[in-house]
Design a protein around this ligand. Structure first.
Ligand code: XMP
Length: 517
């Protein structure tokens, strides 16, 4: 299989396009996000299987509000307009959009017409749906049937099945809309006639073919971080070109308990990958000695990482014709850096763009069309260790930015012990997937009085920072059950020497950040 014809999700500027694109992928249909400024001719040049117009800014009448070029509708490509896209579609096709004052924000009740056919077929006639609109469509364009209404929207959904065009004022992509995913699937399968072939197996097969044709018989290098993205990217490349790939793992001594072993042993056992391990803990800790400023820590770690990786890459390169560097760039990075075919921003800590001229590589980025959840599915399908596939996001500078104060071996050991206890108890409670990330932070420069055994103690506090999030841009503190927090607290204060207090961070982001540094 080659990369299938995409469903294009036209981004009108709000947060919805990525979510829609993900939901389409969940329906096992390949999707891509394109900016609304892309000319219709360019969209059509991509041979889309369908086009979805996303939600966007408040009003189609606002000055400078993006419009839909009516030429889009002459192309015969199936179209689904959602929210703003629904209104823009109605307007472009000669319907009426009015400012009626009937605004709806949040949950509302949708009433489907009894003759509703495609999207709403066989669903309850009253559904709870999510809306966010000030204007509304008051008259559907000629040739369209109104299929639903809501208290604030006389035309809440319409369809023109002969023309393969449908639209909804509400957001089918959000979890608050009942049966929203089914509606999207009905558009994709029934209206647009697309087959659900975007499966992990097909993605893997597709990528292997692409990597093989690009790399040929040349050599490839990949830096592993212990995280899922680089692990999956490398595993894919290894499946494609075998021992032409050498992986480099720089152990900076700032990982959590068991993570270096996971890379060095479990991952290698699962994949058979050729791995060069550089134990650089002394070097990193030496460079970090006495440094307390978080940005300074990041800079030092970034600098040392480049140097160590560069030296390792030189050694690997000396043994052959190494032309390619694998990066675990994901689709959201590609979209956020302007999308399309350019090179994505490389996260600062993993930035190897600073390598010297004679070490310039071409990038191989086998995950650049994928969302994180798809990368995990691929990881499972490739047989990677579960602990690695489901690992929570972890910052490149590692535990160095979770020690408030200077970093040294003893403090790292303390934090590793406390962190391991928190992870063990979270896993034992079956809550790993309910939490986005669970930083444990050591306040190394703070001491408080306690009483432990018969004596007075003067130890450090540890902060628990479990958060819920979908993209780390915003986050809320996780409401973990008190008994889980209690077990973590009891174990940490009993088992970790020098820690006599455990506190819970109950700050959302914003105003807090996820990490303390
Ligand atoms: P904050 O603390 O800004 O973190 O809310 C947002 C996300 O980014 C991660 N993070 C980092 N990742 N290098 C990284 O690779 C860093 O320097 C860094 N700082 C924060 C953090 O864990 C969270 O997922």
């Amino acid at each position: 299989m080659n990369t299938p014809r995409p469903v294009l999700v036209v981004d009108f500027g709000a947060q919805y396009a990525q979510l829609i694109a993900r939901r389409v992928r969940e329906a096992r249909v390949y999707s891509e996000i394109v900016p609304h400024s892309m000319p219709v001719s360019e969209m059509l040049a991509r041979d889309p299987a369908a086009i979805i117009l996303s939600g966007g800014p408040a009003s189609v009448y606002a000055p400078g509000a993006p419009q839909v070029d009516p030429k889009l509708f002459d192309s015969g490509v199936p179209v689904f307009g959602i929210c703003y896209g629904f209104q823009a579609m109605a307007r472009a096709l000669g319907g009426t959009v009015a400012h009626t004052g009937g605004r709806e924000y949040g949950g509302t009740t949708l009433r489907a017409r009894s003759d509703a056919t495609t999207l709403l077929r066989d669903l309850p006639t009253e559904l709870s749906v999510w809306m966010s609109h000030g204007d509304c469509v008051t008259e559907a364009p000629a040739g369209f049937t109104v299929t639903a209404e809501s208290p604030g929207a006389p035309v809440a959904a319409f369809e023109d099945l002969a023309g393969r065009r449908v639209g909804t004022q509400f957001h089918p992509e959000v979890g608050h809309t009942e049966h929203g995913q089914r509606m999207l699937e009905r558009f994709l399968y029934d209206v647009a006639g697309i087959e659900p072939t975007w499966t992990p197996e097909n993605i893997i097969e597709d990528q292997i073919a692409e990597i093989r044709s690009r790399v040929g018989d040349r050599e490839v290098i990949c830096g592993l971080s212990g995280g899922v993205d680089s692990a999956v990217a490398a595993a894919l490349v290894h499946k494609a070109v075998g021992d032409q790939l050498t992986c480099v793992f720089v152990d900076h001594g700032l990982l959590r308990a068991g993570e270096a072993e996971q890379v060095e042993k479990d991952y290698v056992a699962a994949t058979g990958i050729k791995l060069k391990v550089v134990d650089a803990a002394d070097r990193f800790l030496g460079a970090l000695a006495g440094v307390t400023d978080p940005e300074q820590k990041r800079k030092i770690i970034g600098r040392e990482f480049i140097r160590v990786f560069e030296a390792a890459a030189r050694e690997v390169a000396a043994s052959g014709d190494v032309e390619f560097l694998v990066q675990g760039t994901l689709y959201p990075d590609v979209v956020e850096s302007g999308g399309g075919t350019g090179t994505a921003n490389i996260k600062s800590h993993h930035n190897v763009g600073g390598l010297p001229e004679d070490l310039k590589f071409s990038l191989v980025e086998p995950l650049r069309t994928l969302f994180k959840d798809e990368v995990r599915q691929l990881g499972l399908a490739l047989g990677l260790p579960e602990a690695m596939v489901w690992r929570h996001p972890f910052p490149g500078p590692g535990l160095a930015i979770r020690i408030i104060g200077a970093v040294d071996r003893q403090r790292l050991d303390l934090l590793r012990e406390a962190d391991l206890i928190a992870r063990e108890e979270l896993t034992a409670a079956g809550l790993d997937r309910d939490v986005w990330q669970f930083p444990v932070v050591l306040l190394a420069d703070v001491r408080s009085v306690g009483v432990q055994g018969d004596g007075r103690s003067y130890g450090h506090p540890v902060v628990l920072r479990p958060v819920s999030s979908s993209d780390a841009m915003t986050a809320d503190w996780s409401r973990l059950p008190y008994d889980v927090i209690a077990r973590i607290s009891t174990r940490i204060t009993n088992e970790v020497a020098e820690v006599n207090r455990v506190v819970l961070d109950v700050t959302s982001k914003p105003p807090g950040t996820i990490e303390w540094e």
